[in-house]
Design a protein around this ligand. Structure first.
Ligand code: COA
Ligand code: AMP
Length: 633
């Protein structure tokens, strides 16, 4: 079948408002939009400014009452606890309505923030949807972050309530969430009124009188009293959630997602990009702490009336590299979405895909990869073993859905390894030089997107329009700066090659080297430091720290290096995967004092490098090469 992509993209380009007005018909509005876009509102305009709606209604009630009540909405599959559980649309709606009533009893109302700090258990999904039901703004914080990171988010979001669990389960260890949460609340200036906690059998958390409440008890009491909350009418432009993501400093950015536009584009993407039909099963192996989890574990599949999977496990080791194949086979999964690093992990353990031979996947049609650059060897391997199209697609926390992909539902375009294919409707992607001048095909440059951004993309940062403008809109006037660099080929295919800022991508997790440098610099023996993302065969990139010690420090270097590794784990969290710090006598700098991180990275990666013309003292680079010998983990 010939792809309809070109025709559909052109339809959007010739009349974006008509295009999104048509897509909006797939949503159940309380008040349908009469105005599609208001260019004068907000930082760069707002979508569906006069419409009202409710996300939980569209994700649950609409299906529960519309013939899908008995269909499975959510499957919880947890190889780390040997648990499988299914919720129909009716059951999930009832659980969500009950928890929403509990939240209301705690005084949570429209516009209040709720932090969700939870492992991959169904209560995390129920918690997010319960907030959406009553118009509370959730902010999910990934479990791999340390107390200080959680505290920063609590201080910015100022939540009325926190939803949490006693622990997460990582292979070989229990991660106790409650002490981390208690410490975060202690560190933060803003104190939530209440904490509602799922006590898991693996760990019983100590509860603080007055503030902490047992999830099971409060829900049981609400059920006994027959309490259920109705869906609250929300403006399409009201925030659904805040999701914090790494910025170029240690202070994360609070990406805001509005309600109406997000529904429209997620729903559109389910059919047209992912090629999934209502009633089919879509499996996204990520975490609700990341944008991929928000969009395609929780909201996208449920808006579409599909079945989604909440998977609590890892690609390998829980218990083996066949775990994804098992989940796909057992649940008739049609489309599977994960990060390339997961496939690198599976390939490393099971290069001949022996575990795959144990399963039949007759319904499985497409593998989607995102979160980091899909390296062609991994992609080719995945194609060979799965014998289905492997679709790389590019997006960001900020965008909420895919910028460039291969629209399976519109008809697959030829796949080119190394390219996430073409911009989707909504995205006018351009490659420009420093002066915002378009560059010819094949030339690397900054990737920018012509404003306005489409529905579903961030309207602003939480209570910080100024940072929104400064971070994304000022450098290239009229455009959104993606901070990715890349090029377009003569067929219009995009190639996303790396970041232009200090963000690195470790196992599909977005991290700020600037944030890590702040931690290293806080060590009393460290005078100066630099952190770069060095090539890593499994995780794509791994952070590598360089330390210059203060004059007169005589303590053992190895001890100090170990201490800073511990400090990053303590302050940022295990997710930073910061394992190596190397002490050197001085950092390579330009004559104007800029640290030459790019050259340091090339040396660490073993890539060819040339002596920067502006370097202060060329001998330093040899010192770095020497210091790194035998040190890379
Ligand atoms: N809670 C607490 N700790 C967590 C955590 C969580 N939710 N998730 C990860 N961690 C910890 C890990 O246990 C590990 O700790 P360690 O240093 O004690 O070993 C550390 O954070 C680093 O985790 P990770 O980078 O995930 O490495 P890993 O070695 O545990 O696993 C992979 C490697 C490839 C299997 C894993 O990274 C993976 O599944 N990646 C998929 C990526 C993904 O889903 N990305 C989301 C965007 S699509
Ligand atoms: P996050 O906000 O965590 O989703 O990370 C977004 C960043 O990850 C992007 O800016 C890219 O640098 C990178 N990224 C995500 N998906 C891809 C992809 N398919 N190809 C290349 N880079 C990607």
């Amino acid at each position: 079948m010939a792809s309809r992509y070109a025709e559909v993209y052109q339809q959007w380009k010739s009349n974006p408002e008509a295009f999104w007005a048509e897509a909006a018909k797939a949503i159940s509005w309380i008040k349908p939009p009469t105005k599609i876009f208001d260019g004068a509102a907000g930082v760069y305009g707002r979508w569906f400014p006069d419409a009202t709606c409710n996300m939980a209604y569209n994700a649950l009630d609409r299906h529960a009452d519309g013939g899908r009540g008995a269909q499975t909405a959510l499957i919880y599959d947890s190889p780390v606890t040997n648990t499988k559980r299914k919720y129909t649309y009716s059951e999930l709606r009832d659980e969500v309505a009950t928890l929403a009533a509990v939240l209301q009893d705690f005084g949570v109302t429209k516009g209040d923030r709720v932090i969700v700090y939870m492992p991959m258990i169904p209560e995390a999904v129920i918690g997010m949807l319960a907030c959406a039901r009553i118009g509370a703004v959730h902010s999910v914080v990934f479990g791999g972050f340390a107390a200080k990171e959680l505290a920063t988010r609590i201080d910015d979001a100022k939540p009325k309530l926190v939803l949490t669990a006693s622990c997460g389960i990582e292979p070989g260890r229990i991660v106790k969430y409650k002490p981390l949460l208690d410490e975060a609340i202690r560190l933060s200036n803003s104190k939530p009124d209440a904490v509602v906690l799922v006590q898991r059998p693996q760990e019983t958390a100590a509860m603080q009188d007055g503030r902490d409440h047992d999830w099971a008890s409060v829900v049981a009491a609400a059920k006994a009293a027959g309490k259920k909350a109705d869906c609250v009418e929300m403006a399409a432009t009201d925030p659904l959630y805040i999701l914090y993501t790494s910025g170029t400093t240690g202070i994360p950015k609070g990406v805001v997602r509005d309600t109406g536009g997000h529904m429209v584009t997620l729903k559109w993407s389910m059919e047209n990009l992912y090629g999934v039909k209502p009633g089919e099963t879509f499996f996204t192996a990520s975490d609700v702490g990341w944008v991929v989890g928000h969009s395609y574990i929780v909201y996208g599949p449920l808006l579409h009336g599909a079945t989604s999977i909440c998977f609590e496990g890892k690609p390998v080791g829980t218990p083996d590299p066949g775990t994804f194949w098992r989940v796909i086979a057992e649940n008739d999964v049609v489309a599977f979405f994960t990060a390339p690093t997961a496939f690198r992990a599976i390939r490393k353990e099971d290069p001949n895909a022996e575990y795959l031979k144990k399963y039949n996947l007759p319904k499985f049609r497409t593998l989607f990869l995102a979160g980091e650059r899909a390296d062609p060897p991994t992609l080719e391997w995945a194609e060979q073993i799965l014998k289905v199209p492997v679709v790389d697609h590019w997006w960001q926390t900020e965008t909420g859905w895919c910028i460039a992909g291969n629209p399976v539902g519109l008809g697959l375009l030829p796949i080119k390894h190394g390219s996430p294919t073409v911009p989707l409707p909504g995205w006018d992607v351009q490659i420009v030089d420093e002066g915002a001048k378009p560059l010819p095909d094949g030339t690397m440059g900054s990737i920018v997107i012509k404003l306005p951004l489409p529905p579903g993309a961030l309207p602003t940062l939480w209570q910080n329009d100024a940072r929104m403008k400064e971070s994304y809109l000022e450098e290239f006037p009229g455009f959104y700066k993606t901070s990715d660099a890349g090029y377009r080929d003569q067929d219009g295919y995009l190639y996303i090659m790396g970041r232009t800022d200090d963000i690195i991508n470790v196992a599909g997790h977005r991290l700020s080297t600037g944030g890590m440098e702040e931690v290293l610099a806080s060590h009393p023996d460290v005078a100066e430091c630099a952190v770069i993302g060095a090539k890593d065969a499994l995780k794509g990139e791994a952070p590598l720290g360089f330390l210059v010690l203060k004059a007169g420090v005589t303590r053992d270097r190895a001890t100090i290096e170990k201490e800073v590794v511990g400090l990053v784990r303590e302050k940022i969290g295990p997710v930073a995967a910061f394992k190596t710090a190397v002490t050197i006598d001085r950092l390579p700098k330009t004559r104007s004092g800029k640290i030459l991180r790019g050259t340091m990275k090339k040396i660490a990666d073993g890539d060819a490098w040339t002596m920067p013309a502006t370097i202060d003292d060329p001998a330093i680079l040899d010192e770095i090469a020497g210091a790194l010998k035998g040190r890379m983990v």
